[in-house]
Design a binder for this molecule. Structure first.
Ligand code: IPD
Ligand code: CA
Ligand code: CA
Ligand code: CA
Length: 266
């Protein structure tokens, strides 16, 4: 499959960072780990991977700005372009030896995400999408799942930990969704959750809160795979109010409705 020059740059950065993560994953017990906040871990592996992505992208496209999980905002001379990077999405999995983690890189042009790459080095799965050009896993074109009955679906989610941070009432939402679907999964890497929706492995997904670096690349993958993405209000405020709901058109709509129910059904 011929990739654009832009995607090649992003793929090279993601795969190089992925190789660094794979090496560190092999000796995870020796890594230095610190806490950024309650249950919010960061390790040498996150920082090394971020350094690699930063160096690769800065060399290939000098002047573009960055929004990165560990470095935060790095302003560039070019105010039209910004990379949005999560160098290790799934740190908690990684530190527990669970091979569900990824590098996620997106490019925003004039405030719109135009390209996204997500790489899971443990499975050597590379997800790519460019606006208007479709979504791919390795060389295979992706399409969201076609299931239209919520009762047939497997839905991914992210759960609050230490009781922190959720904008809604998570247990009510969970109970409502549980009552209507065939299964729920909590994989621990939001970028991969979204890539799996694009690939039809999950029928839908919701989480709140998430940061732009968790979702920027995955949102584009889902749209390019024919799916729908919004915030919990059905609007396009995913970066600002930090919630996300995704699926094919029918499942997306059904999930939004279920999440709005005030009390759990039986
Ligand atoms: C986390 C993962 C996780 C989600 C958390 C994120 P990190 O990202 O995506 O699935 O539930 O909200 O913060 O910190 O491992 O990059
Ligand atoms: Ca983190
Ligand atoms: Ca993340
Ligand atoms: Ca991260």
């Amino acid at each position: 499959m011929a990739r654009s020059a832009l995607l090649n740059v992003m793929v090279q950065a993601a795969m190089k960072a992925g190789r660094s993560l794979s090496r560190d994953f092999g000796e995870v017990q020796n890594l230095q780990v610190s806490l950024k906040g309650p249950a919010d871990f960061v390790s040498q592996a996150d920082r090394k991977a971020e350094d690699i992505v930063f160096a690769e992208l800065s060399r290939a496209r000098p002047g573009y700005g960055f929004l990165m999980e560990e470095r935060g905002v790095v302003a560039g001379d070019d105010d039209q372009h910004r990379w949005i990077v999560d160098p290790l999405d799934g740190t908690t999995n990684f530190l527990h030896g669970l091979p569900i983690f990824a590098v996620s890189i997106a490019l925003e042009r004039q405030g719109q995400v135009v390209a996204g790459v997500i790489y899971n080095p443990a499975m050597d799965e590379l997800y790519t999408a460019e606006r208007g050009g479709g979504a791919f896993m390795n060389d295979r074109r992706l399409r969201v799942a076609a299931r239209s009955k919520l009762s047939d679906t497997v839905i991914g989610t992210g759960m609050p930990h230490l009781g922190l941070g959720h904008h809604g009432n998570y247990l009510v939402e969970l109970r409502n969704v549980m009552g209507e679907v065939a299964g729920i999964r909590r994989l621990g890497s939001a970028s991969l959750d979204l890539a799996y929706v694009a690939a039809g492995r999950l029928d839908g997904f919701w989480e709140d809160p998430l940061s732009p670096w968790d979702i920027a690349a995955g949102m584009l993958l889902i749209r390019e795979a024919g799916g729908f993405v919004s915030d919990r209000h059905g609007e396009q405020g995913m970066f600002d109010n930090r919630s996300i709901v995704a699926g094919n058109e029918t499942i997306h709509r059904a999930l939004l409705k279920t999440l709005k129910k005030p009390v759990a059904g039986r």
